[in-house]
Design a protein around this ligand. Sequence first.
Ligand SMILES: [Zn+2]
Length: 192
Amino acid sequence: MIITEEAKLRILCEAVSSVEEGEEIGTQLLKELTESKNGIGLAANQIGINKRVCVINVKEPLVLINPRIVEHSEEQFMFPEGCLSFPGKHVRTGRHVSVVVETDNHEGKLSFSAESENINDAFECACVQHEIDHLDGITMFDRSVIAQPHRAPAKIGRNERVTITDGKETKELKWKKAQPLVESGDWEMATV
Ligand SMILES: [Zn+2]
């Protein structure tokens, strides 16, 4: 049974105390994922277990026990996502182009990157970020990108209202306030 109540998905998951406990949860998750038919990832709190275990199955089934993102690119890519907890809903999210993940059940670090010819790499990279977010009570809607960044037009009136985005958050304000943010490079002009 996959949880679809948002309030339950907002609960922060706790670390598992052993790899064995994590593996048991991982087995249940992979079973649910297989039964879902169209799912490529699942987090323990989506089946009512508030523990830090998730699975992804894009290129191969991967159980992640107490996963941590230890490095990520600043650069983001946009990705159309769905979620087994929100059937029929889709959002365009902003995700890091690459992430490095540490877990308790894999030796060394796991690297995921969307910079490849293979679309499955992008799926896997977005999926691992989506599932780890679940463990922090974050859903894909929190990562939604509604604006498409583009270059600032050559000339804008100081009091003209513009919309800017940093890839996660979008705000509308007067150009004289927005200009320093856009010039800092952290924000870009947006069309909504
Ligand atoms: Zn999900």
